[in-house]
Design a protein around this ligand. Structure first.
Ligand SMILES: Cc1cc2nc3c(=O)[nH]c(=O)nc-3n(C[C@H](O)[C@H](O)[C@H](O)COP(=O)(O)O)c2cc1C
Length: 389
C-alpha cells in the first residue's frame, strides 16, 4: 500500500482518471487527488475526492503532503510545460516541486500538440529528470482525429504504478553506467519491391525491457525491427528492418554490458529479392529461401568476458522448453527466456507474457503478468548473473 498524489489536468481524458482512482483505491493505495482548474471544467473535484474516499484537506500547506508517488493523468500540454520549467502557479505544480519521490505522467492531447517541438523538448526535459511516461498511445482522439495522443488506459497506468512501487524497493540506478542493447519487434524479409515475409511480433516485450533498463539507469540502445508500438524517448534507436540489418547493428554493439535479443528474427530470407513488384500472372510463384545468420549465435561467439547475453525462445509447449535449454548452451547465452507461443493469451502481440527463465544455475518460472513485470524479472536475473562476474 502506498500514498499516491494524483494530479488531474484539463483534458477530456479527465473522466478516465475517475476509473484510475477506483483502481488505485481497490489496489489498496491511499489516493490524494489534486485537480487543476482546467480539469474542473470536465469533472468536479468532488467526484475524485468521493472516489478516493477522502475530503479536500483543510491543511494550509496541502502541496507539502508527502507521498510515495506522484501520478499526473491526464497530463495536458500546458501542465507538461509547467512541470518542465518548474513553475509553481497552482496546487499541482507546487506539489510537484515539493515532491521528491518518483513521478509518473500520462500525457493526453491532440497529436499535433504532442508532436510539436516545444512539447517534445519539454518531454525530454522531464525524462532527463527521471520522470516516467506512460503513453500516449495511438487511436481515436476526442476531436474525431486519429493519431498518437490518447491517454494510456487506466489499467495500464495502474500496472506502471505497481512496477514503480516495486522498483522503489530495488537499489536505484542498479544498471547505471552500463550499456544495455535490446532488440525488439519482428524482421521483414523482402520478396520483391512491396512484399515481404514477416511475423506477428509487435515489439512490446522488447520495449518493456528498454523502459525497465532505462528506469534502472542504463544507457540503452534499441534495435528496432518494425515496431507496432512507439519506441521510448530518451534512448538511442537504430532501425533494423531486416535480419541482415539486425545482424550488422547487433554485431556493431557486441561490446555492450548486457545484450537482450528479444526481436523475432527471420530464420529464412529470399537471397535476391526482385527490385520491382512481381506481376500477378496466375502461375505459382516458387521461391527458395536461404537461412539467415543466427545473430545470437554470432554474438555468443564474439562475446567478451563479463558480458551478459540474453536470448529468447518462442516455441510450443511440448518440447519447446527442452529445445530452449539446448539453445542456451549451444549459443553460449547466459540466460534464455522461454515463452510458449502456442497460447493466444500471451507472447506475440499480447500485453501479457508468461515465461521460464533458464540460466546455468537453474530455472525460474514467472507467471502470467504484464510485459513490464516480466521485463523486470528478466533484468533482475541479468543483474544476478552480472553480480557473479
Ligand atoms: C474541450 C477541450 C478539451 C481539451 N483537451 C485537452 C487535452 O486533451 N490535452 C491538452 O493538453 N489540453 C486540452 N485542452 C486545453 C487545456 O484545457 C488548457 O490548456 C488548460 O489551460 C489546461 O490547464 P491545466 O493544464 O492546468 O489543467 C482542452 C481544452 C478544451 C476546451
Amino acid at each position: 500500500m502506498a500514498g499516491v498524489l494524483l494530479g488531474v489536468t484539463g483534458g477530456i481524458a479527465a473522466y478516465k482518471a475517475c476509473t484510475l482512482v477506483r483502481l488505485l483505491v481497490r489496489a489498496g493505495h491511499d489516493v490524494y487527488p489534486i485537480i487543476t482548474a482546467g480539469a474542473e471544467r470536465f469533472v468536479a473535484a468532488e467526484t475524485f475526492f468521493a472516489l478516493a474516499r477522502t475530503t479536500q484537506s483543510g491543511d494550509p500547506y496541502p502541496h507539502l503532503q508527502r507521498a510515495d508517488l506522484l501520478v499526473v493523468a491526464p497530463l495536458t500540454a500546458n501542465t507538461l510545460a509547467r512541470l518542465a520549467h518548474g513553475l509553481a502557479d497552482d496546487l499541482l505544480t507546487e506539489a510537484a516541486l515539493a515532491h521528491s519521490g518518483p513521478v509518473l505522467v500520462a500525457p493526453a492531447m491532440n497529436s499535433r500538440m504532442w508532436m510539436h517541438p516545444a512539447t517534445q523538448a519539454n518531454v525530454r526535459v522531464l525524462l532527463s529528470r527521471g520522470v516516467e511516461l506512460v503513453g500516449p498511445v495511438e487511436g481515436e482522439l476526442a476531436e474525431g482525429e486519429e493519431g498518437i495522443g490518447r491517454m494510456a488506459e487506466p489499467e495500464e497506468i495502474l500496472t506502471r504504478v505497481e512496477a514503480i512501487l516495486v522498483a522503489g524497493t530495488r537499489t536505484p540506478g542498479s544498471l547505471s553506467g552500463l550499456r544495455v542493447v535490446v532488440s525488439a519487434g519482428g524482421t521483414r524479409e523482402p520478396l520483391d519491391a512491396v512484399r515481404y515475409l514477416g511475423n506477428r511480433s509487435s515489439g512490446r516485450m522488447g520495449v518493456a525491457l528498454v523502459e525497465e533498463a532505462q528506469r534502472r539507469g542504463a544507457d540503452v540502445t534499441l534495435l528496432a525491427a518494425n515496431l507496432t508500438v512507439p519506441a521510448p524517448l530518451g534512448i538511442t534507436v537504430v532501425e533494423t528492418p531486416t535480419a541482415e540489418d539486425l545482424e550488422r547493428e547487433a554485431l556493431a554493439c557486441a561490446d555492450a554490458d548486457v545484450i537482450v535479443m528479444a526481436a523475432a528474427v527471420a530464420d529464412y530470407r529470399l537471397p535476391s529479392p526482385s527490385a520491382s513488384k512481381r506481376p500477378k500472372d496466375g502461375a505459382p510463384w516458387v521461391i527458395e529461401l536461404a537461412p539467415t545468420t543466427d545473430v545470437l549465435r554470432a554474438l555468443g561467439a564474439a562475446r567478451r568476458p563479463g558480458q551478459v547475453l540474453v536470448g529468447f525462445a518462442a516455441d510450443g509447449a511440448d518440447s519447446g522448453l527442452e529445445r530452449a535449454r539446448e539453445k542456451r548452451r549451444a549459443k553460449r547465452a547466459d540466460l534464455f527466456v522461454f515463452n510458449d507461443i502456442s497460447r493466444p493469451d500471451i507472447g506475440f502481440d499480447a500485453p501479457d507474457n508468461e515465461v521460464v527463465l533458464i540460466s546455468e544455475d537453474g530455472e525460474r518460472e514467472v507467471g502470467k503478468a504484464p510485459k513490464s513485470v516480466i521485463a523486470a524479472a528478466i533484468l533482475d536475473e541479468a543483474e544476478r548473473v552480472l553480480s557473479k562476474r
